[in-house]
Design a protein around this ligand. Structure first.
Ligand SMILES: Cc1cc2nc3c(=O)[nH]c(=O)nc-3n(C[C@H](O)[C@H](O)[C@H](O)COP(=O)(O)OP(=O)(O)OC[C@H]3O[C@@H](n4cnc5c(N)ncnc54)[C@H](O)[C@@H]3O)c2cc1C
Length: 353
């Protein structure tokens, strides 16, 4: 079998790259070991344009976010699936200091201009609702939402299977032979191999030098039908996403020093504490899951060709921002490989050497 791209890993990164490549007429084969608990399958899938306690909105974010939103909308039709959920986010201040930081920020004309269109005042429902912690106020974040990543991955897998472009397989880098025209793995001859293995990217012999700094996260699904309004995400240190039928996805922990990938009692309690800091309602626990975020430097994606083997390339480092950044960087890596498009220095794999 001959392909233009052999893609290792069908998480968010591998899926996005495969779909972009197919759209440009490339032949692809995606292989994945079909694990139940991967970063993409466990992730909240949140899109939060204004991030963290400093309310940061990077200058390049509106472009990447607009591209991602349009791309996901288009692919909901192409894949005949529902996975992209634009949803307002009630950003509730955790304390008076945070509230003051926000007020200082929007009082600065340059910062206010950057944030324009990304927020509006919190509706009165939040002031009246006794369930939601509201003592410090907040604002309503716009252009955010969440992505049902398992639904996206499943739809992508069906699409690839129908084109005979997907196989369940465990990839072992010792079995990949670099050749003069590309690379060979089993009976597959590929012009180019894309490594999209998530946090275990450094477990293969070509990329064992990557400075992976992965972070484990634990997440809960709760049933809380009394929690209203249920058409808005809550965000205040932790977050709670209304998914369907009174269910909320709640999270999460963030731990660079983890021993294994299993769920823990400490993780469950930490997530519940975040939930209780935002709301006071009855709930029942539905599930508790854990996975590991692929992080190299914060949530900076790293892309590019392998320094010695140009027929091998990497798409990784999505961190906690894969949903916003993924489509843009999948498109950029493909344009780099096919057309020689330039990679910004801060995302270039070469700077990690
Ligand atoms: C608790 C939690 C919450 C999160 N919340 C958010 C959020 O709100 N918003 C956001 O944008 N991001 C969030 N993330 C991060 C997000 O999940 C990642 O940025 C993104 O999904 C990573 O995608 P990936 O394809 O790089 O990695 P993965 O999803 O890890 O995919 C890698 C794939 O490669 C496969 N693979 C690896 N090695 C091999 C091999 N040797 N052979 C075959 N297959 C292999 C794996 O099985 C997997 O399917 C969260 C993550 C966690 C854990």
């Amino acid at each position: 079998m001959k392909v233009d791209f052999l893609i290792i890993g069908q998480g968010l990164a591998g899926s996005l790259f495969a779909l972009h490549a197919i759209e440009r007429g490339q032949r692809v084969l995606v292989i994945d070991r079909d694990e139940a608990e991967t970063s993409s399958r466990v992730a909240a899938g949140l899109i939060t344009p204004i991030a963290g306690g400093r309310f940061h909105l990077p200058a390049s974010l509106p472009t990447r976010l607009a591209y991602a939103s349009l791309w996901y909308e288009r692919y909901e039709s192409a894949l005949e699936a529902s996975f992209f959920h634009p949803t307002p986010i009630a950003r509730l201040f955790q304390n008076e200091a945070e509230k003051q930081r926000w007020e200082d920020k929007i009082a600065d004309p340059a910062e206010a201009a950057k944030l324009d269109g990304f927020w509006q005042p919190l509706p009165d429902t939040y002031k009246e609702n006794p369930g939601i912690a509201r003592q410090h106020g907040g604002f309503l974040m716009q252009k955010g939402g969440w992505m049902d990543l398992p639904a996206f991955l499943d739809a992508t897998q069906r699409f690839l299977l129908a084109r005979l472009s997907y196989a369940i397989a465990e990839f072992d880098s010792r079995e990949l032979k670099v050749t003069s025209s590309g690379a060979r793995w089993e009976n597959v001859e590929a012009a180019q191999v894309i490594f999209a293995q998530g946090w275990q990217a450094d477990c293969n012999r070509f990329f064992d030098w990557l400075p992976m700094n992965a972070a484990k996260g634990e997440i809960l699904e709760l049933s809380a039908p009394d929690l209203q309004p249920d058409d808005t995400i809550l965000n205040s240190g932790g977050w709670a996403i209304p998914t369907r039928n009174g269910r909320w996805r709640v999270g999460s922990t963030y731990d660079h020093n983890f021993e294994d990938v299993s769920t823990t009692e400490a993780g469950r309690l930490a997530v519940l504490q975040k939930f209780h800091s935002m709301v006071d309602v009855d709930f029942a626990m539905i599930s508790h899951r854990a996975a590991v975020r692929p992080i190299i430097r914060r949530s900076t994606p790293f892309i590019g060709r392998h320094p010695q083997h140009p027929q091998l390339a990497l798409l990784n480092g999505f961190g906690s921002k894969g949903v916003i950044n993924g489509p843009w960087f999948a498109k950029l890596l493909l344009a780099h490989l096919l057309d020689g498009a330039e990679i910004p220095m801060e995302n270039d794999l070469a700077i990690l050497l």
